[in-house]
Design a protein around this ligand. Sequence first.
Ligand code: SAM
Length: 281
Amino acid sequence: MAGMLYLVPTPIGNLGDISQRCRETLEQADFIAAEDTRVTLKLLNHLGIKKSLVSYYEHNKAFKGNVILDRILAGETCALVSDAGSPAISDPGEDLVRQCAEAGITVCAIPGPCAVITALSISGQSTGRFCFEGFLSTAKKSRREHLAALEKETRTMVFYEAPHKLLSTLEDMAQVFGADRPISLCRELTKLHEEVVRTTLGEAVEKYTQQSPKGEFVLVVAGAVLEQPEAATETDAAACVAELMAQGLSRKDAVKQAAKTLNLPKNVVYDAALAADREEE
Ligand code: SAM
């Protein structure tokens, strides 16, 4: 019988955030697949767990994925961890989950620390609807294209960012979204120097022009507030009907077309046209 794949989230800073269930899963798994075995070894030592580790990361995942899959198919249980947070979220794991699912292997995701959700919940931005945009490209052109595609995004947007790229990202964001757009910069979450700066893109650019950013960041940017087109008035309706009648349409057809064009109820357009006629008399 095939084994199973467990996705085990690990702390994003505070070691106390490892759950009882994650600890037990790491203890009971036959082996642990880890993004960086040295990082995971530190965690296992802290938890007092001794377990066989295999590395599974971006540049060996094509080959190692098959090795892990074969072991699971032979009946072993694998716990997948990344360096920190939830595996498969901007971390290796996505491909392994797909491979397992395609091979009919049960995949179990244990809920736990995840930088996106931790940042979003503390951001003070609207959380009802959001989109996760992961990391922006290091290449200027694709980073700007990515941001340009989000210009009219009305949902709250969450980005992962490395400190050395922060300033150029903020400058590009200010250019695309405007300097007044609210942003929450969530830094070093769950760690000793946790900080949430709720400000605007313009002010964030100013801040990090003066001081160099340190630590890990999640950027939570407010969505666009799109301007509603101004609603047509009764004067617009009367003028539209008059113009259409001057073009030869009957009053009935002119009212029908004006109502459609201006997105107004027909009776409102009709009454407006009638009132305008009366005023002229
Ligand atoms: N899979 C992980 C998760 O979802 O929590 C994320 C891994 S991704 C490779 C690493 C990025 O997550 C960092 O560059 C940073 O943007 C964010 N991050 C991770 N830990 C963080 C922390 N303690 N505070 C702020 N951001 C953090």
